[in-house]
Design a protein around this ligand. Structure first.
Ligand code: URA
Length: 254
């Protein structure tokens, strides 16, 4: 490029730059750094709380369930807050909430697992084949299903294809179950099957647990075989009969 400098001046300038430490030429034209826009990073101003970008809110369904359940002061209110609870996937696949049946305040409260197809359709727990067996079991110890017991489930919505409820579904619905028991004020709880044992007693192993009184939610609790299991394994009805007699004895003594 034609610079307009004579040979000696150009050579002197070059030598002076080499002396300063320049090792390579990166542009033909000189750059006046004083007139370039200032791109040095500025010290950041502390962000005010309003200026913070919104973080996606963390939802804790168990905490929401606990708060909602505690606000319910009657069984009707409890049903309403459960209807409004939108954090359980099962709700989306079910036709309706299955809350309870029987007589609130009855001495015996029965806790089943979850609604099946018939219960989902009718909106009441234990109305299908398992429910009809339950009615006969209760009648065998002179308990009328409509008058002498109050019946509910751990989960109020039918799981798709009657699959087992997931631990997180049980966990998020448990605060409602606890409140349900507190508001219904039974004298004893009957937990039917492993899912109920898990939710109420925090343990499984119905074959070992059945017929033995335990304690939970400030109440005596007796685990029993689930009637749906008895339909599949009728030879187990003998043990179920012994457990029913145990329940009858407890009620007779109370
Ligand atoms: N099985 C249950 O555990 N609950 C019902 O309501 C029906 C079947």
């Amino acid at each position: 490029m034609e610079s307009g400098l004579d040979y000696h001046t150009a050579k002197a300038l070059l030598e002076w730059q080499i002396e300063l430490g320049a090792t390579e030429a990166i542009g033909d034209a000189p750059v006046d750094r004083y007139v370039l826009p200032d791109t040095t990073p500025k010290a950041k101003k502390p962000a005010t709380p309003q200026a913070k970008p919104d973080k996606p809110k963390q939802v804790d369904p168990v905490a929401i369930a606990k708060g909602a359940a505690q606000r319910a002061e009657s069984l009707d209110q409890l049903r309403a807050v459960m209807e409004a609870f939108d954090h359980c996937e099962l709700k989306r696949g079910a036709r309706q909430l299955v809350f309870a049946d029987g007589t609130p305040g009855a001495r015996v409260m029965i806790v089943g697992e979850a609604p099946g197809r018939d219960e989902d359709r009718e909106g009441k727990p234990f109305v299908g084949r398992a429910g009809q067996l339950l009615d006969r079991m209760l009648a065998a110890i002179d308990l009328d299903r409509a008058q002498d017991v109050y019946v509910t489930n751990v989960l109020p919505w039918r799981p798709p294809q009657n699959r087992d409820p997931k631990p997180e579904e049980i966990g998020m619905m448990k605060p409602f179950l606890e409140r349900h028991v507190a508001l219904a004020k039974p004298e004893v709880l009957v937990v039917m099957g492993n899912i109920s044992c898990q939710a109420v007693l925090g343990k499984r192993g119905i074959t070992r647990l059945r017929g033995n009184w335990d304690q939970a939610l400030d109440l005596p609790v007796i685990p029993m075989f689930h009637p749906a299991y008895l339909l599949r394994q009728p030879q187990m009805k003998r043990q179920a009969w012994a457990d029913l007699l145990e329940l009858k004895a407890r009620l007779g003594a109370g």
